[in-house]
Design a protein around this ligand. Structure first.
Ligand code: VG1
Ligand code: CO
Length: 545
């Protein structure tokens, strides 16, 4: 095997964000761009040498090309065994599971998650460590530093391999294996949930589901699990074929982008009983019932309150965690159960230590992500199975389960307002002004609401004591309402300001309000405190979820 050493010069913008390095496809296609970054990963993750690497992606445009390149660099860097999903496909949760199951040293996932794909769309690369979870900030900082001084990369001189069928190839010291992307993951799901129970429900008269894979990675997973193993009717999984451009859509499972699913669920008597969708790389999900949406923060709370009913979680929960912007619905449940509830910065990597240290069993984010200690990523198909199994056990609809939960714990009205495509300086100016403003807010009133505390969130990891600061401005009111501001770390163009609004309502007679109406007062306070109109020239968000 001939190994070439190619000289290259650093790119200065290879700093990973909330979830890996995300750029336009055209940026990744710049000569040496992908190669430099991958070499930087191998330079830093020295444990990969002589060990196993898992490699796959969400099937978006440039996925296959990138896999061929990464494979050659991996061979040149002495990786002894590389498992690649057939067709170059692997969901993010599947990679996490494969790393753990086969004790791989790490995994590379090619995805920009919910960002659109295609030649003009986005591409991304994430590195997951030995525990199966997203590499921590310490590691991604090292990779960034390495990318800034890199002088070249090693690459094996070999032909492209066929990814189309399962098989094994030997290249020098490296065994390359093309594997079925679905079966290991589907087997894991069978260990966690009662497939017999769900099969009976799906076989019963008048019960059906619709899973919208949005032409992204979960198509093959959902088809195997729901239609093959659980006998859901043919056609229960829609948009099941992964496409390079996601069929021109935006693989983001929310009420705005999963339009086809929402229409099917809102067609009256013919509606399926449970609707679900997931994102580009399969770690996000949305759950809906006929004319009923469950916000992801409530999902986490409902899972926490009911997990003891499910086969894989009967031992009880060690604790739970949520990201800062996620509503505090789960906090109420944790308090009732007498378990710890941790609050972490945005991004799944912060849950890793808590999971590895046995402090938590469930965790989640407001951005349509929930997960458990079965892997080290959020997991869309797992979450849908959790809900389906719960519906089978309780014999109640999605709406009934949710309303009963609110009646018991109170309702947290919650919404995220995104201001997209902002000039980065203007967005930074909003945050800088807020950092100063919040210093003097505690003890004052904003539009008649007493502020109990206000700060810029700083997180001290309870396991390794590392500190992550400046993670978001939070304003907490005495009536348990909350306003948060932070800048997105996953975009590829300009800046996105996220405003998170929350209001707690314990009174069941007040649980019928429309969400935006319920949060109007908080939205007005937020606009005023952050002076959005003055800084951004606008005070209406682009996207409301
Ligand atoms: C967003 C979400 C965050 C999530 C991240 C990755 O980050 O807010 O909760 O962990 O995306 O999700 P940001 O920095 O843009 O707010 V994904 O599905 O890559 O799968
Ligand atoms: Co995702």
């Amino acid at each position: 095997m001939n190994i070439q050493q190619i000289a290259s010069t650093p790119f200065t913008d290879q700093k990973p964000g909330t979830s890996g390095l995300r750029k336009k496809v055209t940026v990744f296609q710049t000569p040496h761009y992908l190669e430099n970054f991958v070499q930087a990963i191998f330079n830093c993750a020295t444990e990969l040498k002589g060990n196993m690497l898992i490699l796959g992606g969400d099937g978006r445009y440039y996925n296959s090309d990138a896999i061929q390149t990464i494979l050659k660099i991996a061979v040149a860097n002495g990786i002894s065994h590389i498992k690649i999903g057939r067709g170059g496909l692997l969901s993010t949760p599947a990679v996490s599971h494969l790393i753990r199951k086969y004790r791989a040293a790490g995994g590379i996932i090619l995805s920009a998650s919910h960002n659109p794909g295609g030649p003009d769309g986005d591409f991304g690369i994430k590195y997951n460590a030995t525990n199966g979870g997203p590499a921590d900030t310490k590691f991604t900082d090292q990779v960034f530093a390495n990318s800034m001084t890199i002088s070249g990369y090693r690459i094996a001189e070999m032909d492209n391999i066929s990814l189309a069928t399962a098989g094994q190839f030997q290249f020098g010291e490296t065994l390359v294996e093309i594997i079925d992307p679905v079966s290991d993951y589907a087997d894991l799901m069978e260990e966690l949930f009662d497939f017999g129970q769900m099969k009976r429900l799906l076989g019963s008269e008048g019960f059906s589901i619709c899973f919208d894979a949005m032409h992204a990675i979960t198509g093959p997973y959902a088809t195997e699990i729901f239609q093959q193993r659980l006998n859901a009717a043919a056609g229960s999984v829609i948009n099941a074929q992964p496409l390079e451009d996601f069929g021109g859509g935006h693989p983001d499972p929310n009420l705005i982008y999963a339009k086809e699913l929402v229409a099917r669920l809102n067609q009256g008597d013919n509606s399926p009983n449970l609707g679900a969708a997931s994102d580009g790389d399969g770690d996000r999900y949305m759950i809906i019932g006929p004319n009923f949406f469950v916000n992801p923060s409530d999902c986490l709370a409902i899972m926490t309150a009911n997990s003891h009913l499910l086969a894989g979680y009967q031992a009880g929960l060690k604790g739970v965690a949520r990201s800062l912007p996620t509503s505090r619905a789960v906090d109420k449940v944790a308090a009732a159960l007498g378990i710890e509830c941790y609050e972490t910065p945005t991004g799944w990597k912060y849950f890793g230590n808590l999971l590895d240290d046995g402090r938590i069993t469930l965790c989640g984010e407001e951005s349509f992500g929930s997960g458990s200690d079965h892997i080290r990523e959020k997991d869309g198909v797992w979450a849908v199975l959790f809900w389906l199994n719960l519906v089978a056990i309780k014999g109640q609809s999605i709406e009934e389960i949710t309303r009963a939960h609110w009646a018991r714990f109170g309702r947290h009205y919650y919404s995220r307002h995104d201001y997209e495509g902002l000039d980065s300086h203007a967005a930074e100016a909003v945050m800088a002004a807020l950092r100063i403003r919040v210093k003097n807010l505690a003890g004052t009133h904003l539009a008649g609401h007493a502020v109990s505390s206000a700060d810029d969130f700083s997180y001290t990891d309870p396991v390794d004591n590392s500190i992550t600061d400046r993670q978001g401005i939070r304003i907490i009111f005495e009536d348990e309402s909350r306003i948060l501001f932070r800048l997105s770390g996953t975009g590829t163009e300009g800046a996105t300001l996220r405003l998170y609004l929350e209001r707690y309502e314990p009174d069941p007679t007040m649980h019928q309000l429309e969400t935006q109406a319920a949060l109007a007062a908080m939205a007005a306070i937020a606009g005023e405190v952050a002076q959005l109109k003055e800084h951004l020239g606008r005070d209406q968000p682009d996207i409301i979820t």
